[in-house]
Design a protein around this ligand. Structure first.
Ligand code: SAH
Length: 294
């Protein structure tokens, strides 16, 4: 059956007594070019395993199964399991795993399902959990690439340039782990039901190491979160609000000056390199015990 034909989808879902759930971000693809192109861009090829999140009724799953070695599709909505059994019948390299992607141990899943294979992720993500899912996927370091459909606004944040309103802590987290490319936009009428926002497909190529040496990654992310947690403050004041227990303001001012930054610069002006340098400097100061509070 044609999984992108609106009428056939409706008949299929009616037959199974399925009801759409808003809270599970259910917008099913009805434009055949989207699952085709997305799967083609994902790196799903013979010898490579594919993790899909939220297969829905399986249009992308079918495309991935034709290209990759093995597809594991994690679906939260149990009422879709009998539907998938029907639509994926005959595809013997697909395993549907019932569950919540945010609660699964990704490392264990990959070890069990893809023991000797590189793995990529490809999905039309449920939009209400886009950022936590991408964060978990990247932090797990289990995947070579992550190709996902997300809200255009989030795609723009991931690919943002320093100094723009979209540039933020999530941009830097994604840059730390991956090199991202915005592939194309997908308008609302490609889905059933149509979402309110435009979507984009983005490909994140996972890096073997960060683009710039950041020193201690935990400290790097603490500096980033401090800077963007209080966007309206100057970087110095935002840092002081976070590091004040450990460092005097003067030490933080020196760290900024040592990085050729003025003390009233705002955090969003710094790019990845700027934050990397600053967090290395703050790390040195912390380590040298320079001007710790008594
Ligand atoms: N891939 C399909 C469906 C996308 S809609 C298509 O493109 O047509 C998002 C899908 O994610 C739905 O099937 C929804 O049930 C599922 N989902 C929502 N939250 C989830 C979660 N936490 N873990 C796994 N799947 C989830």
């Amino acid at each position: 059956m044609d999984l992108c034909d609106r009428r056939e989808i409706k008949a299929l879902l009616d037959r199974h007594g399925f009801r759409f759930s808003k809270s599970m971000g259910q917008n099913f693809l009805i434009a055949p070019w989207v699952p085709q192109e997305t799967a083609a861009e994902s790196g799903a090829v013979p010898g490579v395993g594919v993790l899909e999140i939220g297969p829905g009724i399986g249009p992308l799953t079918q495309q991935l199964a034709q290209r990759g070695e093995k597809v594991v599709a994690v679906e939260l909505d149990r009422s879709l399991l009998p539907v998938l059994e029907e639509t994926l019948a005959g595809l013997d390299n697909v395993t549907v795993v019932p569950g919540d992607i945010l609660k699964l141990d990704l490392e264990a899943l990959c070890r069990e399902q893809f023991p000797d294979m590189p793995v990529v992720v490809c999905a039309n993500l449920p939009y209400n959990i886009t950022t936590p899912v991408i964060t978990a996927l990247l932090e797990s370091r289990c995947f070579q690439a992550v190709t996902v459909m997300i809200q255009r606004e989030v795609a723009q944040r991931i690919c943002a340039q320093p100094g723009t309103a979209e540039f933020g802590a999530f941009t830097l987290l994604c840059q730390f782990y991956a090199e991202s490319t915005l592939l194309y936009d997908v308008p609302p009428d490609c889905f059933y039901p149509a979402p309110k926002v435009t979507s984009s497909v983005i490909r994140m190529e996972v890096r073997p190491t960060p683009p710039v040496e950041v020193g201690d990654p935990a400290l790097f992310f603490r500096v980033v979160r401090a800077a963007f947690g209080q966007r309206r403050k100057t970087l110095l004041n935002a840092l002081y609000a976070n590091f004040g227990q450990q460092l005097e303001k003067e030490a933080l001012r020196e760290a900024l000056l040592a990085c050729d930054l003025t003390e009233n610069i705002r955090g969003e002006r710094l790019g990845f390199e700027g934050f990397a340098e600053l967090s290395r400097k703050i790390g040195q100061i912390l380590e040298s015990g320079k001007k710790p509070l008594a």
